[in-house]
Design a protein around this ligand. Structure first.
Ligand code: OAD
Length: 243
C-alpha cells in the first residue's frame, strides 16, 4: 500500500494538471448515505423513478420535495471530512487542479473548494420547473411556487433522463482532454457521463487512479487504492508534504 501511495504521489507535482472526480463514497465518512450500498444505499431503500425523475415529480411533488428536504437535513447536520479537506488544499497547491463532483451535498465547497464543478447540481438550491428561475428552500420544505412565473419549485438536481448543464460539460471536456492525471474517488462508475471519464483519459495515454473501499470496484485503472477515501487522500498528501 505504501509503495502504491508513493507512486501516485510522485505523479502529483506542481506543474501537473490534475483532474479529480468524486462520488458519494467521499461523503460517506461524513455520514451521508451512498446510493448503491446494498443495505444502507439510497437506491436500496427508495425508488429512483419516483424520487429522481421528472415523471415522479409531476405525479407527486410533495413526496419528492419531502425526500430531498429529508436528505438536505442530513447534509446540514454533517461536516466535510479529511478527504474533502485534502482536495480543497490541493486546489491551492496545484495551479492546474480541477475538481468534478457527482455529489449534490455542497461539502467540497464547505471544505473550501471554490471552483468544484457540481455536475449533478446542489441540494441546497431550488429552481422552478418551467423556466429554471432560482430559489431557496421554504422552511417547511413543502412544494412552493416560483415567485417569478408561478410554476412549481423543484430541487436544482439533475434527474435520470435529464441533460447536464452544457457549460459544465464544456469545462469537464476541456479538463479531461488536457489533464496529466485523473483520479476517481468513491464512485461506483455506473452513471454516465461521469462513468466514461476514466476510460476517456486512459485512451489519451494518461495515468488513472481509483480510490475505493470496495475491492471489486477497480475498473482497470493504472493505480487502484483499495481504502477509504480520507485515509488514502491523507496518505498521498503526507507523501507530498514529505517529498
Ligand atoms: P454510488 O453509491 O453508486 O457509489 C459509491 C461508491 O463509493 C461505491 O463504489 C463504494 O464502494 C464507494 N465508497 C463507499 N464508501 C467509501 C469510502 N469511505 N471511501 C471510498 N469509497 C467509498 O455513488 P456514485 O458513484 O456517486 O445521481 O453515484 C453516481 C450517481 O448515481 C449519483 O450522483 C446519483 C446517483 O443516482 C444523481 O442523484 C443525479
Amino acid at each position: 500500500m505504501k509503495d502504491l501511495i508513493q507512486k501516485v504521489a510522485s505523479h502529483l507535482a506542481a506543474d501537473r494538471r490534475i483532474v479529480v472526480l468524486t462520488g458519494a463514497g467521499i461523503s460517506a465518512e461524513s455520514g451521508i448515505p451512498t446510493f448503491r450500498d446494498p443495505s444502507e444505499g439510497l437506491w436500496a431503500r427508495f425508488r429512483p423513478e419516483e424520487l429522481a425523475s421528472v415523471e415522479g415529480f409531476q405525479k407527486d411533488p410533495k413526496l419528492v420535495m419531502d425526500w430531498y428536504f429529508w436528505r438536505r437535513e442530513k447534509v446540514l447536520a454533517s461536516k466535510p471530512n479529511a478527504g474533502h479537506q485534502v482536495l480543497a488544499s490541493w486546489a491551492q497547491k496545484f495551479p492546474g487542479f480541477t475538481l468534478i463532483t457527482q455529489n449534490v451535498d455542497g461539502l467540497h465547497e464547505q471544505a473550501g473548494s471554490r471552483n468544484a464543478i457540481e455536475m449533478h447540481g446542489n441540494i441546497h438550491r431550488l429552481r422552478c420547473f418551467n423556466k429554471g428561475h432560482r430559489g431557496s428552500w421554504p422552511l417547511n420544505g413543502l412544494p412552493a411556487n416560483c415567485a417569478e412565473c408561478g410554476s412549481l419549485m423543484r430541487p436544482d438536481i439533475v434527474w435520470f433522463g435529464e441533460s447536464l448543464d452544457p457549460e459544465n460539460l464544456k469545462k469537464i471536456s476541456h479538463a479531461l482532454q488536457t489533464c496529466d492525471i485523473f483520479l476517481a474517488i468513491g464512485t461506483s462508475g455506473l452513471v454516465y457521463p461521469a462513468a466514461g471519464y476514466l476510460q476517456a483519459v486512459a485512451r489519451l495515454g494518461k495515468p488513472t487512479v481509483v480510490i475505493n473501499k470496495d475491492p471489486a470496484s477497480d475498473p482497470g485503472a493504472n493505480f487502484f487504492i483499495n481504502a477509504p477515501a480520507s485515509e488514502a487522500l491523507l496518505a498521498i498528501d503526507s507523501c507530498l508534504i514529505n517529498s
